[in-house]
Design a protein around this ligand. Structure first.
Ligand SMILES: [Zn+2]
Length: 318
C-alpha cells in the first residue's frame, strides 16, 4: 500500500522567495511544479547534492518586475545546504584534469584582456571550489589562492590532492579574520546560492577596491537554452536562478559592481562525461557514452558551450 503524505507535509519543505534582483514577489508562471506527491524529506535531501542530475521539478517563474527567471516556491534553504554539505561526487572529481585545463585557459584570457597578473592581483578567493580545479589552475599560474567549499568530503580531497588552502564551509560560515582578496570567483555557483544578494554584499566587503569578481552562470537568454527549450541541460532542481546578461548586470550593479565583460564560457570536459550527464535529459546519448567507454575514447576532451556565460566585474569605488 503506498503512503501519500498529506498536502501540508509537502509544503513544510518549500518556501516562497522574493526576487533577489528587484525584491518583488509578482511573477508569471513559466512551468508548474511536477514533484511526485509521495516524495519524502529523505528523497528531497538526497536530490540536493552539488551536481545532482535531477531535472527541474520545481515551479519556474519570471519576475514581472525585472524579468529574472527563477524557482518559486522552492525547497527550503536548510535542505539545500545540507545536501551540499554532505555531497560526495567521485565522478565529478575524476574529471578534474579537464576542468583545470579549462580554468587555466580561461584565467589566462582574463589576465590578458584585463591586465591582471599575480603581480597586480596576487590573492584569489574561489567560492564553492568543489574538487579544487580552479584553485589548482590559479596556483599553477602564480596566484596565492584560498578555496572554500561546503562539502567537507570535497574540501578534504582537494586539500590533500593539491596541497592548497582549501577550507570547508560556506561564504557565511568561513571566518576570514580580516583577509581581503584581489580576485573573487564564483564558478557554476551563483545559480545554486539561496541568497545571492547577501553573498554579493559579503563578496564586496572581502574585495580590495581595485578587485575583480568573476562569475559564470547558465544563461537563460543563450541560444542553447532557446534552441533546446525545456530540454536545456541546466534546467535542474539545484539551479535556483536562471540569470540573463540583463538580470545579472542589474544584480551586480545593485551591489556595487560594474560589469566589464560578458562572453560565452567554453568548458572542456571528457566526452564520455558530457554524454553521461546529458543522457539524463536525452537518454539516447547514454548509448554513445557506453560505446565510447568501450572504445576507450571517453576521456578525449571536448570543448562545449551550452549557454554558460562568463562575467568579469570590477568593484565600484565607495
Ligand atoms: Zn525581479
Amino acid at each position: 500500500m503506498s503512503h501519500t503524505p498529506p498536502e501540508s507535509a509537502r509544503f513544510a519543505f518549500t518556501e516562497r522567495v522574493n526576487c533577489p534582483v528587484c525584491g518583488r514577489l509578482d511573477f508569471q508562471i513559466l512551468k508548474k511544479s511536477s514533484y511526485d506527491e509521495t516524495l519524502g524529506e529523505h528523497e528531497l535531501r538526497r536530490m540536493y547534492s552539488a551536481s545532482s542530475d535531477t531535472q527541474l521539478l520545481d515551479q519556474l517563474v519570471r519576475c514581472k518586475g525585472c524579468g529574472l527567471v527563477y524557482l518559486n516556491p522552492r525547497i527550503k534553504q536548510d535542505i539545500i545546504l545540507e545536501g551540499y554539505r554532505n555531497a560526495e561526487d567521485p565522478l565529478f572529481i575524476a574529471q578534474n584534469e579537464a576542468r583545470i585545463l579549462t580554468f587555466r585557459q580561461c584565467l589566462e584570457g582574463i589576465m590578458r584582456r584585463h591586465g591582471v597578473s599575480p603581480g597586480t592581483h596576487p590573492r584569489v578567493l574561489d567560492i564553492g571550489c568543489a574538487g579544487g580545479a580552479f584553485p589548482k589552475a590559479a596556483s599553477d599560474l602564480g596566484f596565492e589562492v584560498v578555496g572554500i567549499e561546503p562539502s567537507a568530503w570535497m574540501a578534504t580531497r582537494a586539500r590533500a590532492r593539491y596541497d592548497l588552502d582549501i577550507r570547508a564551509g560556506t561564504l557565511e560560515e568561513v571566518d576570514f579574520k580580516g583577509e581581503r582578496f584581489d580576485i573573487i570567483t564564483l564558478w557554476d555557483v551563483i545559480e545554486h546560492m539561496a541568497d545571492p544578494a547577501t553573498a554579493l554584499q559579503r563578496i564586496r566587503s572581502l574585495l580590495h577596491p581595485h578587485g575583480l569578481l568573476i562569475v559564470n552562470y547558465p544563461d537563460h537568454e543563450s541560444l542553447a537554452r532557446k534552441g533546446l527549450r525545456s530540454r536545456w541541460p541546466f534546467f535542474l532542481s539545484v539551479h535556483l536562478y536562471y540569470f540573463s546578461p540583463a538580470t545579472i548586470t542589474r544584480l551586480l550593479n545593485h551591489h556595487g559592481f560594474q560589469v566589464r565583460e560578458t562572453r560565452p564560457h567554453w568548458q572542456k570536459l571528457p566526452l564520455g562525461y558530457v554524454l553521461k550527464r546529458a543522457s539524463a535529459h536525452l537518454p539516447f546519448l547514454g548509448m554513445f557514452a557506453a560505446m565510447l567507454e568501450h572504445r576507450k575514447m571517453g576521456m578525449r576532451a571536448v570543448s562545449y558551450n551550452m549557454g554558460q556565460t562568463l562575467v568579469v566585474a570590477s568593484r565600484e569605488h565607495g
